[in-house]
Design a binder for this molecule. Structure first.
Ligand SMILES: Nc1ncnc2c1ncn2[C@@H]1O[C@H](COP(=O)(O)OP(=O)(O)OP(=O)(O)O)[C@@H](O)[C@H]1O
Length: 372
C-alpha cells in the first residue's frame, strides 16, 4: 500500500467522527459490507465518504481530486462493484476496467478488489495486464476466463485491444476508472490512453452508457482531452485536497549548479552528494535521477568503483528484467541505512519519496528543472 499521504485506521477515523460503513446498508450489497468489516474498514475515509454520499447514484460519473494514500482505491471500487452486481455483463466480458500508471499500483488495486469481492456468493475474477510480464500467458488466461475486473497499464492494454476477439470482451463494459490520471500523463501515456479509448465501446453505445471515474491529485489542462471522452457533461466534481496545505514545491529546498564542462560532471556530483551527507549528519538516503539508462549505468559503475558510497542502480536496461531487481530494492528501501540510488525510472520516485532525504538530478545538457 501507499507510503505517502495520510494513513487511515479504523481508530483514527472513529476519533475523527467519520461516517460509518454501516450507514451504507441498502445502498451497498451486504456481502460488500461484510468484506469491509473483515478488512477492519468500519468508517469511511474522507474521499470514500464524499464519493459514496455526493454521487447522485453509484452509477454516476465523477472527477475526484485526491492524493495517494487517502483510501481512493476503495472509493472507486465500491461504486464500480456495486454497479456490476446489478447487471453484470455475460461470461467472458469485462465489467470494470481500471487504468493505472504502474505495475505496482495495478497489483495493489487488484489485491484490494479481490478483498472487497471475497464475500460475494460468486466472486468476480480479477485480472491484471501490465508490461514486463509474459503477454501470451496473461492474455490466454484473460481470453479463456471471466475477467469481470481488469486492472491494466495503458501500454499493455493497447496490446490486448489490437486483437478483435479481445476488443469484443469489452463490449459490455460498465465502468472505466482512470486512477492517478496525472501520473499516467506524466509517464507519457496520453497517446496510449487516447488510442485505447478509440478501441473501447463509445461512452454512449448500444449497451447504454458506461460509468467514467477519474481520480487524480492534479488536473493539468492536457487532461481535458481524455476527460471529454470519459466523463459525461453532468459529472460530479469532488476534491479532498486541503487548499491551505502548501504545495510540495514550497516544502523542498531546491537549487541548481552549473557545471562548466561535461567532464566535470562526476566530480561535481560526487562533491554535491558528500556535501549533503555532511549536512544531514547521520543516515542519508539520496536519489540521483539521470536522463538516460546508459548514463545511469555509467555513473553507477563509476560510483561503485571510485567511492565507498553504497550505491543502488535502477534503470530500464539492466541485464535482468528491471522488475525483478526493482521489487526487492523498493521493499528494502525504507529500512536501508545510508545509501545512494541512481535511477532513470522517474515513475518510482513517488514510492520512495517518504524515505528520501535528498534528491539530485544530473542533466549535463539540459536547463535545470524543479520538482513541481
Ligand atoms: N475505510 C478505511 N478504514 C481503515 N483503513 C483504510 C480505509 N481505507 C483505506 N484504508 C487504509 O489506508 C491506507 C491507504 O489506503 P490505499 O492505499 O487504499 O489508498 P489509496 O489512496 O488508494 O492509495 P494508493 O494510491 O497507494 O493506492 C491503506 O493502509 C488502507 O488499508
Amino acid at each position: 500500500m501507499s507510503t505517502t499521504g495520510a494513513m487511515y485506521t479504523s481508530e483514527s477515523l472513529k476519533a475523527a467522527n467519520a461516517q460509518p460503513y454501516s450507514s451504507m446498508e441498502g445502498k451497498l450489497d451486504p456481502m460488500l459490507l461484510q468484506a469491509l468489516k473483515d478488512m477492519n474498514f468500519d468508517f469511511m475515509t474522507p474521499v470514500q465518504s464524499k464519493v459514496l454520499s455526493e454521487l447522485p447514484s453509484l452509477k454516476s460519473d465523477c472527477l475526484v481530486q485526491a492524493k495517494t494514500g487517502t483510501g481512493k482505491t476503495t472509493a472507486f471500487l465500491l461504486p464500480a462493484i456495486q454497479n456490476a452486481l446489478t447487471r453484470s455483463p455475460p461470461k467472458g466480458q469485462v465489467a470494470i476496467l481500471v487504468l493505472s500508471p504502474t505495475r505496482e499500483l495495478a497489483l495493489q488495486i487488484a489485491a484490494e478488489a479481490s478483498r472487497l469481492i471475497s464475500k460475494l456468493k460468486r466472486p468476480f475474477e480479477v485480472h491484471t495486464a501490465f508490461g514486463g510480464t509474459a503477454k501470451a500467458t496473461y492474455l490466454n488466461t484473460f481470453t479463456h476466463g471471466d475477467p469481470k475486473i481488469l486492472v491494466a497499464t495503458p501500454g499493455r492494454l493497447n496490446d490486448y485491444l489490437s486483437e478483435e476477439e479481445v476488443r469484443a470482451q469489452f463490449r459490455g463494459m460498465m465502468t472505466l476508472v482512470l486512477d492517478e490520471a496525472d501520473r499516467m500523463l506524466d509517464a507519457g501515456f496520453l497517446p496510449d490512453i487516447l488510442k485505447l479509448l478509440r478501441a473501447l465501446p463509445p461512452k454512449s453505445g448500444r449497451n447504454g452508457q458506461w460509468q467514467g471515474m477519474c481520480f487524480s491529485a492534479t488536473i493539468p489542462p492536457k487532461m481535458q482531452q481524455v476527460l471529454s471522452h470519459v466523463l459525461s457533461q453532468d459529472h460530479v466534481s469532488i476534491s479532498t485536497l486541503d487548499a491551505s496545505e502548501p504545495p510540495t514545491l514550497a516544502k523542498v529546498p531546491q537549487y541548481s549548479v552549473v557545471i562548466p564542462s561535461i567532464v566535470d560532471t562526476f566530480t561535481a556530483l560526487y562533491s554535491l552528494i558528500n556535501e549533503e551527507i555532511q549536512a544531514i549528519k547521520g543516515e542519508s538516503k539520496i536519489i540521483v535521477f539521470g536522463t538516460t539508462a546508459n548514463l545511469v549505468a555509467l555513473y553507477a559503475q563509476v560510483f561503485e568503483r571510485q567511492t565507498n558510497l553504497k550505491v543502488y542502480e535502477l534503470q530500464s536496461r539492466m541485464s535482468q528484467p528491471a522488475g525483478e531487481r526493482k521489487q526487492p530494492m523498493l521493499s528494502e528501501w525504507p529500512t536501508m541505512e545510508s545509501c545512494s540510488l541512481l535511477t532513470s525510472l522517474v515513475e518510482e520516485w513517488i514510492f520512495l519519496m517518504s524515505h528520501l532525504y535528498c534528491r539530485s538530478d544530473f542533466q549535463p545538457t539540459r536547463t535545470p528543472t524543479l520538482i513541481e
